[in-house]
Design a protein around this ligand. Sequence first.
Ligand SMILES: Cc1cc2nc3c(=O)[nH]c(=O)nc-3n(C[C@H](O)[C@H](O)[C@H](O)COP(=O)(O)OP(=O)(O)OC[C@H]3O[C@@H](n4cnc5c(N)ncnc54)[C@H](O)[C@@H]3O)c2cc1C
Length: 512
Amino acid sequence: MRLFTNAAEMRSVPRSAEFRNGGVSFWYREFGYPERRAALSETRDYDVCIVGGGYTGLWIAYYLQHADPGLRIALLEREFCGFGASGRNAGWLSAQFVGSRERYARMYSKGAAIALQRALMSTVDEVIKVAGNEGIDADIVKGGMRLVATNTAQRNRLYAEVGYLQEWGFWPEDLHLLDHTYTPRLRVAGAVAAARSPHAARFQPARLAVGLATVVEDLGVHIFEGSTVTEIRPADGGTRPSVVTDHGMVRADHVIQATEGYPVGARGQGREWRPARSSMIVTEPLANDLWDHIGWDGCDVLGDTAHASVQAQRTADGRIAIGGRDTPSRIGSAPEDRGATEPRTIADLWRALARMFPAAAEVPVAHAWSGVLGVARDGCPSVDLDRDTGVGWAGGYAGNGVTAANLAGRTLRDILLGHDTELTRLPWVGHRARAWQPEPWRRVGTQIVNGLYRTADRRESGRVTRTSRFAGLAARMAGWRITEPQPRARVPSGPDHPGSLGEAPPDTAQSE
Ligand SMILES: Cc1cc2nc3c(=O)[nH]c(=O)nc-3n(C[C@H](O)[C@H](O)[C@H](O)COP(=O)(O)OP(=O)(O)OC[C@H]3O[C@@H](n4cnc5c(N)ncnc54)[C@H](O)[C@@H]3O)c2cc1C
């Protein structure tokens, strides 16, 4: 039965003759897969050992080695650097917030939440600067971020959201509504409102990961690939922490876990971040007259304000790449590591693309892929070092990890060097979320919450003109607090996080 459903889903999607599903990501197909570095094959001593070769691990290595060239740093990666979400994402380098502003404000202060927002904005420029200085060609163009609303409920949310965010660190020049009384440059079908922020860039994810790994290695960091870490052993009494791989071992003064959506079995951290899947499709290049028709002549990244929202970019070679959060796979099914994506998800993403740009609906899809990211139970990421065990970590960015990974890298540099800085005082430092429920409850709960958000989207695209009560129910089920902020904008409600991949915690919701 499932086979028939899958075949029917795929029949609806125009695909090119060279269509591929999985194979890590289109970004590697375009750029080429990197040659693998040697694996760790013996026991070695280092000052710092980093587990995971995504942006988090690479940025930590980069900033730490720069700050202290004498440090002996090892980085262990199971496959190759950039194999995880860092080589598969939607290519949004944006200032999207990580976590819940209101939670940080309750725990620390509103100023602390605003400081994190401002730090994310400046981090967009920091990544662009370092890539430029280090000669990393990652197709980065800072064209800003555009969020569109395609129904009345979404428009009301967007209006409220802009007013709300302008009280939380996005000043009017950082985020504003676009005047929809005349035809917008970028024509999204059915758009009834849009907002824009200059703090975002489009980029090619694999190029950034591979380029950064080369720079880090040239700085003197020892990178071991094809090295699966099976255990992280915390310091115990007089012994230093250590990392066990399938072929060797590393002892170090500090071990940093940077594997986000991939659990490694470090003691005490097993259920802190839940792996969540996110998927992408990319089209064949669009003809110039089609681009003229769509009007997407800049490199602004594009998102919508649905609850199960999408993120899109115009690639350097003239394709549309679009992605969004996946529904969790069936209970008991193993996650697919090479990125093969469920036909239903591919069809959903293509439908989202066709809705936004009907004129591009016949452009064949060239590639589909997926990846995993990490989500904490309260939606808030964490950056920390446990000085007793010598083990540190960063992650749980819930789908907004590109910019956050750089900020986490600089923050862990300061923490490891024992410096008290503005970065080490940001509210995500030392944050601990409650553990997730054990399986199968976690997966069942996630499926229900995602289902409620999708129902809310369906109702809002019909007759419902305010945020559907199903979205409020989903937020309550997920354990996220429903609050009633007092935004200055015209409509008094909106989620905390509109352009995210759909699962960041709404601090606000309004029923029908
Ligand atoms: C499809 C998709 C689209 C996304 N789009 C965006 C976006 O546009 N903008 C944005 O801000 N965020 C986006 N994200 C999220 C973002 O990509 C991630 O949050 C970020 O890349 C995380 O980086 P990381 O280094 O912490 O983890 P990863 O990049 O996942 O790296 C972890 C690494 O650890 C390695 N590893 C795992 N287990 C072991 C082990 N046992 N031993 C050794 N190594 C191990 C993995 O192979 C992997 O290379 C997206 C994510 C996905 C999946």
